[in-house]
Design a protein around this ligand. Structure first.
Ligand code: SAH
Length: 213
């Protein structure tokens, strides 16, 4: 199957699994995921699972990217914080759905790769990649209408709740190193509401408010 046909099939599968936000489907249908992978991994670009991006890290399964973006309920005016840039793919999807994305990555080589991938895909003006410990959020860009965390935390870092606008939404995998639930947290009228969207398995969030070592 050609890579273009595989791309179309990925979007059909997202729809079949319950992704209903047309803007998310359109964004993922238009961004070429292979542009965010190394040459030798490009044939796996549309496979239904995580793909290695080096340094023991992975680009999430397409369904997980879609679900997280759908849960954030973006309409186009938002300022978004993305933690765990990795390849930059998730940041590109967020940038297609919102106004501006701050994307924080702790591994310098991956931050450089994300920046380059986003530039090559035409997102340089809409995504600022920062190399830092995102478990502390990114105070310089706050408050955020939405925050997306692509690495699993032992608890929800308080800094992220503090940096969220009211109203605002945060999606984050929380649990053990092996098993987590994807939590959707809403700040509204000064109150915090939270529910579990699905079970999941992400690489660990390291850093001050993540897993130590
Ligand atoms: N969203 C990415 C994949 C994320 S994989 C994509 O679309 O490709 C998770 C990423 O989180 C890894 O790159 C890892 O280095 C990063 N990470 C882990 N702990 C972090 C922290 N405290 N701050 C910022 N990034 C972190």
């Amino acid at each position: 199957m050609s890579i273009a046909a595989q791309h179309l099939e990925m979007v059909s599968l997202l729809e079949a699994r319950g992704i209903r936000d047309q803007r998310v489907l359109d964004a993922m249908g238009s961004i070429r995921r292979e542009q965010f992978l190394a040459e030798q991994d490009r044939e796996a670009a549309y496979s239904d699972g995580p793909v290695g991006i080096g340094f023991g890290q992975t680009i999430s399964q397409p369904y997980m990217t879609a679900l997280m973006c759908q849960e954030l309920d973006l309409h186009g005016h938002e300022i978004v914080l993305d933690i765990g840039s990795g390849s930059g793919y998730h940041a590109a999807v967020l940038a297609s759905l919102a106004r501006l994305v701050y994307s924080v990555e702790i591994i310098p080589e991956l931050a450089a790769m994300a920046r380059e991938n986003l530039r090559a895909a035409g997102f340089a003006g809409r995504v600022k990649v920062i190399c830092a410990d995102g478990s502390k959020g990114h105070p310089e860009g706050m408050p955020y209408d939405a925050i997306s965390v692509a690495a699993a935390a032992p608890d929800v870092p308080a800094a992220l709740i503090d940096q969220l606008y009211d109203p605002g939404r945060l999606v984050i995998p929380v649990g053990t190193r092996e098993d987590q639930s994807l939590r959707v947290i809403r700040k509204v009228g000064g109150k915090i509401e939270s529910h579990v969207s699905t079970m999941c398995r992400f690489v660990p969030l390291v850093g001050e408010h993540g897993w130590r070592n």
